[in-house]
Ligand binder design. Sequence first.
Ligand SMILES: NC(=O)C1=CN([C@@H]2O[C@H](COP(=O)(O)OP(=O)(O)OC[C@H]3O[C@@H](n4cnc5c(N)ncnc54)[C@H](OP(=O)(O)O)[C@@H]3O)[C@@H](O)[C@H]2O)C=CC1
Ligand SMILES: O=C(O)[C@@H]1CCC=N1
Length: 292
Amino acid sequence: MFLILLNATKMSSGVCNEKVGFIGGGNMAFAIASGLLKKGVLQADQVYVSATNLDNLQKRWSPLGVTHTTVNNLEVVCHAKIVFICVKPQIFPQITSQLRDAVANDYENLKSTLFVSIIAGITLQRLIEDLNLQPYAIVRAMPNTPMQVGVGCTAFSRLSSSSLTDTRYNEMKIMFGALGLAFEVPESQINAITGLAGCGPAYVYQFIEALADGGVKQGIPRAVALQLAAQTVMGAAKTVLDTGKHPGVLKDEVCSPGGATIHGVHALEQGTMRATVMNAVERATKRAEELS
Ligand SMILES: NC(=O)C1=CN([C@@H]2O[C@H](COP(=O)(O)OP(=O)(O)OC[C@H]3O[C@@H](n4cnc5c(N)ncnc54)[C@H](OP(=O)(O)O)[C@@H]3O)[C@@H](O)[C@H]2O)C=CC1
Ligand SMILES: O=C(O)[C@@H]1CCC=N1
């Protein structure tokens, strides 16, 4: 994993001129779209989004300036040249027949459209078969919600390329790259990347909450404790990335012999912190496999 990260490309940001669609307008779609709008990679009138509850959709998306909201997934497909499929895995079977029909009936219009599924667990092979797509027309991606603030991670895979969709693929890479780390990986790694980076923000939020709780227990006001906890996690993460030093070396730099930190580190080890985090990644990876 470390090697992959070293090879990861920080892609240059740019502007995408195509219409971009989101089937499913929930947390992850919103994180991607709001990040892209904030970065100026997209303008609001380029964005089309569908879901089942129009009221909720409009309440959430109109503050972004997005007005192309609909309950008709085909409206999204018909306008957008890059279509992010952002429904839950359990909902995927509900949208497959709609999308299959659209692809069958409007092949000429859709043949240069790139579909990008962010659905956990659903393989490229299943996407191709269930949606009746050409292999080059589909990418499987695993993003994460910190993309909404431009500090996300996305790993993506595809089975084949074609000049018809290569331009779209490059635009997709520009979009993901504008929102953080973005890199292509073999599909065999995507479920594990889901367990690590797709789900990872939730683990880190739990850690931040716990760190703040610890501070509150020691008498620090909640708001101050939360700010300190979040900034400490951000600073430590940035130090790992900017210095390239191994986290173990950086940990040692904080631990004075006989000092306070090593007592805290010992308490974490007694709580099997590292094994627990590894278990979390393993269980989430297995769950992603099951979802397919
Ligand atoms: N959340 C995350 O951190 C990440 C999620 N993912 C993946 O992204 C996908 C979406 O997750 P997330 O955004 O969290 O889920 P949400 O529940 O927040 O969003 C799902 C969206 O799908 C919509 N929807 C439901 N049924 C349909 C339908 N038939 N047609 C069109 N839209 C529909 C919902 O609309 P309505 O409420 O109106 O029904 C809602 O807007 C999942 O597959 C997940 O695996 C990947 C990486 C990270
Ligand atoms: O919990 C999930 O299944 C999705 C996938 C990664 C993050 N959320």
